[in-house]
Ligand binder design. Sequence first.
Ligand code: KG4
Ligand code: ZN
Length: 348
Amino acid sequence: MRRILCLETTCDETAAAVLDADLNVLGEVVASQAELHRKFHGVVPEIAARAHLERVLPVISEVLKSAQVTLDQLDAIAVAHTPGLAGSIIVGLMAAKALCLATGKPLIGINHLHAHIYACHIASGKEIFPCIGLIVSGGHSNFYRCEGPTDFKYLGGTIDDAAGEAFDKVASLLGLPYPGGPQISRCAERGDRKRFPLPRPLLDQKDRLDFSFSGLKTAVRYQLVGPGKQDITQLEIEEGLRNDLAASFEEAVVDCLVGKSLLAVRQTEINRLCVGGGVAANRRFRERLAEACQKADVELHIAPMNLCTDNAVMGGIAFEKLSRGQFDSLDLDIRPGLDRGDMNSNAI
Ligand code: KG4
Ligand code: ZN
């Protein structure tokens, strides 16, 4: 049975996994850096890169040990090399290249966004292509027409903040720690989703599969301090107000994500939707999307919670290249840039 080691270091998780060709997970390790970034209310790229450097080799050793696999028993080493934070990706890529050089094993580059969607296939074992792919993470909120595991065409996405970024920034406004998504979600469950009539940006534009979350974030701020430059860091926010604002904000984001997802399906006539990325772990979003898709008779796959946030298991997409003998040279470079439609190529 073929086996691969997958590495993921595109943002603030140092992760490794060993999978076999049936996509069974033989071992998995995720070393989160959340505590290092907490006091800055978001990921600090330089801190992330340094932490990856410290952690990548111990994480690899640990995953091989737990999978009871040695390096010479691997058929390839896969690594996410695009998109993400340059300093972070480079650590994973260099570790993968060094292992390839030392062992003679082939290198496989992975597109992190493709992998987020492929997590739906790894989890369900079901065919997912063709589908509409929605990636909602800290860096992206994008729709793709996905014809195959490496054939993604950009359909639209955020024109400013990503959904996860908005969750993190609004959490910070509300005095909640990073990462903000799970914190907002917890408060929202106790809040009134209708108390604050926040905007649903671009939702009424039926010819666009785009999002805009930056103004929504500002609208939350205005509910707290009104327009102006007031310092929000000293603000005492009463619990009821915090819960209601969190709930109203979450509902606005979910309305946009669900509404545009149905629009994407209708526009493309592709009746299958696959969703991945950290924000897909949001409970309210999962429930509302499942309900809407059932009503509209759309086949829905959402990555399970543990495969929504960054992980290396989703790197199992590398088997799609391994089985075709598509390997990368050791010249493979990082491609950190955000995907705003300029990466329609089939290259991963
Ligand atoms: O996919 P991911 O782990 O990393 C990136 O590739 O960006 O996504 C991280 C993002 C963070 O912004 C985090 O706040 C958000 O996903 N997130 C959530 C939830 N869990 C994580 N957002 C909303 N609700 C959640 N339950
Ligand atoms: Zn991600």
